[in-house]
Design a protein around this ligand. Structure first.
Ligand SMILES: [Zn+2]
Length: 285
């Protein structure tokens, strides 16, 4: 029932916003929307390729470095643009990057939880991380699907060498609002950064994405502390990012198994209104 309501609402907004776009009432100054993906199953690879090709007609794809410069007001963009981010550190996300995005010259940000990468090659530990830390249910412990398996540290280094950004996602995919209450947030934030930088041979890790990304897992205090450790802090709050804008980065989670107009509806801003109130406290503009 919930899915039917979601379908109807998104379809309604999709039509409404498409019409608005057709009539030329869209904001003229190029904006950036940041996509969140996690794992990509084998049959979703084709869907990702199709989606990227369709979106390329109206959007440019930019890298994490370009996004950072845009945020600082140092570069302007010709067209509205998209930045792709992958959370957690699934090997299937690297596969998608190597086979779908790299041939199209698209670079992404990979937000990695080192504790997940450390389970590489040990299915029992991977299963524990998937169920306890990532809270993924209904996975068969004795037969973990390939798309749920983690990258190795060599895979992480390979992504970095190929021009993608590696960002932090806390050591163990911790709920940061809880870590903050327990006085452990700074440790969580720093340990993850130090570990990633060590594995990358001393390269700076400046980007951070909150695990879970919803309002229950991000409090304003935890955001402020994250900002002291990292240059850019990414949420799961939907919305447009503007040139020279300070404050938390807005991102759109997308689901490759859902109808493709869902993604188009999100990118047209169909759900932004639900995040406006929350974001007021997180943006310093
Ligand atoms: Zn995550």
């Amino acid at each position: 029932m919930r899915n039917i309501i979601k379908f109807i609402i998104l379809f309604y907004f999709y039509l409404l916003y498409s019409l608005k776009e057709l009539l030329g009432k869209e904001r003229k100054e190029p904006i950036v929307r940041v996509l969140i993906l996690h794992y990509v199953s084998e049959n979703e690879l084709g869907k990702l390729a199709n989606l990227v090709d369709k979106l390329s007609k109206d959007w440019d794809f930019i890298s994490g470095e370009e996004f950072s410069l845009f945020k600082e007001g140092k570069i302007s963009l010709k067209r509205k643009s998209l930045l792709i981010t992958f959370d957690d550190g699934f090997l299937s996300s690297k596969f998608a990057s190597d086979n779908v995005l790299a041939p199209r010259n698209i670079k992404s940000i990979f937000f990695i939880s080192p504790g997940f990468i450390d389970t590489f090659g040990n299915d029992q530990k991977t299963y524990q991380f998937l169920s306890k830390n990532l809270r993924l249910n209904n996975i068969d412990a004795s037969n973990i699907p390939n798309h749920f398996k983690p990258m190795s540290w060599d895979d992480v280094r390979s992504l970095y060498k190929n021009g993608n950004i590696v960002g932090s996602h806390t050591l163990y995919h911790d709920k940061v609002s809880l870590s903050f209450q327990q006085g452990e947030l700074v440790r969580d934030l720093l340990e993850s950064k130090i570990r990633l930088e060590k594995e990358l041979g001393g390269s700076l890790v400046s980007e951070f994405a909150f695990p879970f990304g919803n309002i229950e897992s991000i409090c304003f205090d935890s955001y402020k502390q994250s900002e002291e450790v990292y240059l850019n802090v990414y949420s799961g709050f939907r919305g447009e990012n503007y040139i020279g804008e300070t404050g938390i980065v807005k991102r759109d989670a997308i689901d490759l198994s859902a109808p493709s107009f869902y993604t188009k509806a999100y990118l047209l801003g169909a759900s932004d209104v639900f995040y406006k109130g929350i974001l007021r406290g997180f943006l310093k503009v």
